[in-house]
Design a protein around this ligand. Structure first.
Ligand SMILES: C[S@@+](CC[C@H](N)C(=O)[O-])C[C@H]1O[C@@H](n2cnc3c(N)ncnc32)[C@H](O)[C@@H]1O
Length: 333
């Protein structure tokens, strides 16, 4: 997991011009995969609510929010500026998020791309199991909050109850060295609790408690899949898993924010002002040099006009060279 975009003072959060200006951990293959799963659901008439556990500054939430259809609800659950429920989770927060994360920064980013905020639950994800969200109502859930085993197990239980039969759950960091808890919880859900893998990317696991086959068939038929996204098939305990790799060539960039043209105009104006300042400085310095040059030439001319120098030059020009040399020798004595 590598930081993207600008770390900054969260109290003076700058409006983003593009998704790349929103700090976070959400890369092109997953942006494309989110668009693919959510887009396929929309094309086939599947409706349902959307949920993200762990939004940070909104980089993935902004993309999920792009798919919200009329009548659907998008819920985001994050601690933001609140205290973590236990010491380990607090340490995780201090290490990775506290310096940059505020709810207000999330809201600024989200509203740069969307007219309305999602439903925000500012609390540990464990509250979601206490009737916060309706059972069987969700078509897509992204789990990317605490990466500690016990928390992810709880988040998976919430997802299982909340998802529709063919709903899709996505788990972040299911294979990173620093998140063994996510790996353990993910594969435990696969081997003991009926979660079926659909797709694996470098950072995320996509699965369902329904039937993975229709998703995998359309992926392998490359329906709506970007050029450059390569797919491979693995067998896992008799079950097919599709892996995505390759480059991001062919994945369309995400649209700009509502501030994009104003920020571009402001930046062009600042650039023009900087160039005008540079030109003014160059002009002043050229003018100073010319004034100095003139002063030096005037001083030299005045020196040349001094009577003693005029007499010397006249003697040099008028007397025969033998006499001039004799005078010089006599002066040297
Ligand atoms: C890896 S970040 C999310 C990144 C985001 N999805 C993205 O793609 O940029 C994890 C987020 O989970 C939140 N978080 C950590 N522990 C949590 C908990 N127990 N309950 C709710 N949110 C939590 C953190 O505040 C942080 O914003």
């Amino acid at each position: 997991m590598t930081d993207a975009a600008l770390p900054g003072n969260p109290r003076h959060h700058a409006e983003p011009a593009s998704l790349d200006d929103v700090q976070g951990w959400f890369w092109d293959h997953d942006r494309h995969s989110f668009d693919w799963f959510l887009g396929r659901q929309e094309k086939t008439g599947v409706t349902g609510d959307l949920l993200e556990m762990g939004a940070y500054l909104g980089r993935s939430a902004i993309v999920i929010g792009e798919h919200l259809q009329p009548g659907e609800t998008f819920t985001v659950c994050d601690l933001f500026d609140s205290d973590a429920p236990d010491d380990e989770n607090a340490a995780e927060m201090d290490l990775s998020y506290r310096k940059t994360l505020t709810r207000s920064a999330f809201e600024t980013n989200y509203l740069a791309f969307h007219d309305k905020l999602p439903e925000i639950v500012q609390a540990p994800t464990s509250v979601l199991s206490r009737g916060h969200i309706p059972a069987g109502a969700f078509r897509f859930i992204h789990i990317d909050a605490s990466h500690l085993y016990e928390h992810v197990v709880g988040d998976l239980q919430v997802a299982r109850v909340a998802l529709q039969e063919q709903g899709v759950v996505v788990l972040d960091d299911y294979r990173a060295q620093h998140t063994p808890g996510v790996a353990a919880a993910t594969w435990e859900a696969v081997f003991n609790h009926g979660l079926k893998p659909i797709l694996l990317t470098e950072c995320k696991f996509y699965g369902t408690w329904g039937d993975p086959e229709p998703f995998q068939r359309e992926l392998l038929d490359r329906i709506d899949l970007a050029v450059g996204c390569h797919l491979s098939i693995d067998q896992l305990n008799g079950r097919r898993v599709v892996r995505m790799h390759g480059d991001s060539e062919g994945i369309e960039p995400f649209r700009g924010s509502r501030h994009q043209s104003r920020l571009a105009a402001e930046s062009a104006r600042r650039e023009a002002e900087r160039s005008a300042d540079d030109a003014r400085l160059a002009l002043n310095s050229a003018r100073d040099e010319a004034v100095l040059d003139l002063a030096v030439r005037r001083a030299r001319a005045a020196e040349a006009r001094r009577p003693v120098n005029v007499a010397k030059r006249a003697a040099r020009d008028l007397l025969p060279p033998v006499v001039t040399s004799a005078i010089r020798r006599a002066r040297r004595g």
